[in-house]
Design a protein around this ligand. Sequence first.
Ligand code: RB5
Length: 146
Amino acid sequence: MKIGIGNDHAAVVMKNEIAAYLEELGYEVADFGTDSETSCCYAEYGEKVARAVAAKDVDLGILICGTGVGISLAANKVKGIRAAVCSEPCTARLSRQHNNANVLAFGARIIGIETAKEIVKAWLDAEFEGGRHQTRVDMIMAIEEK
Ligand code: RB5
């Protein structure tokens, strides 16, 4: 499984640690940047990863900025994307099981690396449950067509 990863200047160190962790877990990683700690706009990297997920160039996406908020907002503007900001593993797991989130976001200024790894593992280990949740996800995606 291939994971697209992207970040802004606030999350370069955490992005590199998470990318290495993903590889340790056996995932292929496509890094969409940035690798620079010079101030930049998270929207660029949120959009890049989101477009790769939407185009199925990668299976899932992980986005990291200062809070996880700005980069997830950008990703959610791309058709087909359901990006969830998570600061603990339970929400991350449920965002896959119930919401079929295809992008995970979190904040390098909000959580530490060990919590980030727990979140990533919980999210990747979980599977969408379908059923009543499929109906709800379909309703969310239908909003894109209005
Ligand atoms: C950058 O300073 C910061 O605003 C950004 O990383 C993020 O937290 C935005 O949501």
